[in-house]
Design a protein around this ligand. Structure first.
Ligand code: ADP
Ligand code: MG
Length: 349
């Protein structure tokens, strides 16, 4: 597993197990999908005799552990972040299909439930040196085209700054917290989640209607280390040793828990709900367009259409590695939403 070709988006599909309600209410009905993980295939059952088959980079069944998901989808991305590249993990799917479980699980009752964010930080902290390197984190919510700091919720008008030369994205107004220990990171995630809940209650909306974005900046100073680490200085590693010039390597890991992808019935919606629905549709379709452009190797990736895609601009193309996890449920009642999630994933490949 090489983590895929930089530039292209790797797409994994993850099926969540039936919940207790589905086990009872849908007991007489088969799941709407059939997974063939060794073939990396998914069969979408249209009715009793007809199905469509799709291929993905990774097919994760309802039995796939959090550890397995991390290792298959995230670990190679984290490794490239440690090497100084940008890496992004996004979860896309209908509300209730396991996006937050996959990404944000804290595993407080059972450590096996720990999600991607916690496992990624564990790997990062194990690899960096606390004397020479730094790991800093921002945690944000993007709701109705405005960015709120989940670590300082009064700050709800954060702007995106793009470096015109490098295309690097930064958020100068966002809190940046240095992380030295795993415990303080878990505490930060818990705090962010509490702020998210409070903010959404105040706005009278649900967390599934906004995107949550975790950014982890890893800055490594390779001075005085084994020169093989500084591979980008090539044959000049002897120079580095004599001059002791520090080589700084900056990587960024972005983890995005996207708003629920379900179609909101706009016909009966008005005011707040309608505006919310429009905003979610806008950002998710803008994201889809950017990912499609990458899949098609198009020279133009239309990042300017939404704040979400502007924020993710340095995740698209170049040396960046991006993985998309699409999450689906098994219930035949949600076949329509499941189909559209599968299509979103297919267009990214
Ligand atoms: P979403 O964030 O997509 O709305 P959640 O992550 O909140 O969905 O998941 C909905 C429910 O399903 C939660 O109770 C979660 O713990 C459970 N769940 C989701 N995926 C899994 C899984 N793979 N294994 C066990 N439980 C899961
Ligand atoms: Mg969620």
């Amino acid at each position: 597993n090489d983590g895929g070709v930089p530039g292209r988006v790797r797409v994994a599909v993850r099926l969540r197990p039936r919940n207790s309600e589905e086990l009872i209410a849908d007991a007489d009905f088969a799941d709407c999908v059939e997974l063939q993980p060794e073939l990396k295939r998914l069969k979408l059952l249209k009715n009793n005799w007809d199905s469509d088959t799709y291929e993905f980079d990774e097919v994760l069944t309802e039995f796939a552990s959090q550890k397995r998901v991390y290792e298959a989808v995230v670990k190679p991305v984290v490794e490239s972040v440690l090497d100084g590249y940008n890496g992004t993990i996004m979860a896309y799917g209908q509300t209730g299909t396991g996006k937050t479980y996959t990404l944000g699980g804290l595993g407080e009752e059972d450590t096996a439930d720990r999600g991607i964010m916690v496992r990624a930080m564990e790997d990062i902290l194990a690899e960096v040196s606390l004397e020479t390197d730094s790991v800093t984190v921002s945690y944000l919510q993007l709701y109705m085209e405005s960015i709120q700091d989940l670590l300082d919720p009064a700050n709800d008008n954060i702007s995106i700054v793009e470096d015109p030369k490098t295309g690097d994205v930064s958020l100068p107004g966002a809190s940046l917290v240095e992380i030295r220990h795993q415990e303080s990171f878990v505490e930060l995630l818990r705090l962010g989640e509490a702020h998210r809940f409070a903010a959404n209650t105040k706005l009278n909306t649900e967390s599934s209607r906004s995107h949550a974005i975790l950014m982890v900046h890893v800055k490594r100073s390779l001075k005085g280390r084994d020169s093989t680490l500084g591979s980008d200085v090539g044959g000049h590693s002897h120079l580095v040793k004599t001059l002791k010039a520090p080589i700084v390597r900056k990587g960024k890991l972005v983890v995005v828990d996207l708003a629920g992808s379900e179609r909101i019935d706009k016909s009966g919606s008005e005011g707040h709900t309608l505006e919310e629905a429009k905003s979610i549709n806008l950002s998710l379709s803008a994201l889809g367009k950017c990912i499609n452009a990458l899949a098609e190797n198009s020279a133009h990736v239309p990042v300017r259409d939404s704040k979400l895609t502007r924020l993710l601009r340095d995740s698209f193309g170049g040396t960046a590695r991006t993985s998309l996890v699409i999450t689906i449920g098994p219930s035949p009642r949600h076949r329509g939403e499941t189909t559209s999630t599968i299509m979103f994933g297919q267009r990214a490949m």
